[in-house]
Write a protein that binds this ligand. Structure first.
Ligand code: SAH
Length: 215
């Protein structure tokens, strides 16, 4: 941050630190990505408040703390290929792209996928591929991933998704009832199987099967 950093962005960083985000690279990525470009025009004044906000198709852009927390838990490196399920506005994908090598992000609403693709291109984030598709049926040819992040609530983590992890890969997903409180679960692929750890309570919009029929 510099002398010209606007006060709301200073507060934004302070809030993330106070809530326990300590990874400098994650804090830098959160500082770099302009959240105001990912929210609705009418919400721009609130872009740096630590709250989720509504976007098109009845979906939400996640709360910044949760974006930073999930990103920190992924322990990203520049060589990593990352899969995100639930593009929404594209904000989480943008943050991931600052720390990983390549991000594939999948969204079931065409309106959101097209909007996010355009926005990310305009901002010059060239290592992100936005795909229209169903995160419950990720095409085989996309191959395995070093990291997988699910940003919509799932009743349980599908085994097929866990099988897409590289050895020592990490997956993080909100698990629980679709319209209640979920628990963020972290899965690590080990030599013998999968380690599972429950982290914090969160609230995400539900993951729904299939590409949306409406736009
Ligand atoms: N990560 C987003 C917020 C995600 S909101 C951001 O940074 O803005 C959850 C998103 O997941 C919604 O856009 C919803 O349409 C999408 N989604 C739900 N089920 C899905 C599925 N099966 N496949 C792909 N996307 C899905």
């Amino acid at each position: 941050m510099s002398a010209t950093t606007p006060p709301e962005k200073m507060m934004f960083q302070l809030t993330l630190r106070r809530r326990g985000i300590s990874d400098q690279a994650v804090l830098r990525a959160m500082e770099e990505v302009p959240r105001e470009s990912f929210v609705e025009q009418t919400d721009r004044a609130d872009a740096y408040c630590d709250t989720a906000l509504g976007i098109a198709c009845g979906q939400t852009i996640s709360q910044p703390f949760v974006v930073a927390y999930m990103t920190e838990q992924l322990k990203l490196q520049k060589r990593h290929r990352v899969l995100e399920i639930g593009t929404g506005s594209g904000y989480q994908a943008a943050v991931l792209s600052r720390l990983a090598g390549h991000v594939v992000t999948m969204e079931r609403f065409r309106t959101l996928a097209d909007g996010a693709r355009r926005r990310l291109e305009d901002l010059g984030y060239h290592n992100i591929e936005v795909m229209l598709g169903d995160g419950f049926a990720v095409p085989e040819q996309l191959g395995p991933f070093d990291r997988i992040i699910v940003t919509a609530a799932m009743a349980q983590i599908p085994d097929e998704l866990m099988q897409r992890l590289e050895p020592e890969g990490i997956l993080i997903a909100p698990v629980g009832p679709p319209h209640g409180v979920q628990t963020l679960v972290r899965i690590v692929r080990t030599e013998t199987g999968f380690d599972r750890k429950e982290l914090v309570d969160v609230r995400f919009v539900p993951a729904l099967p299939g590409v949306a029929k409406e736009l």
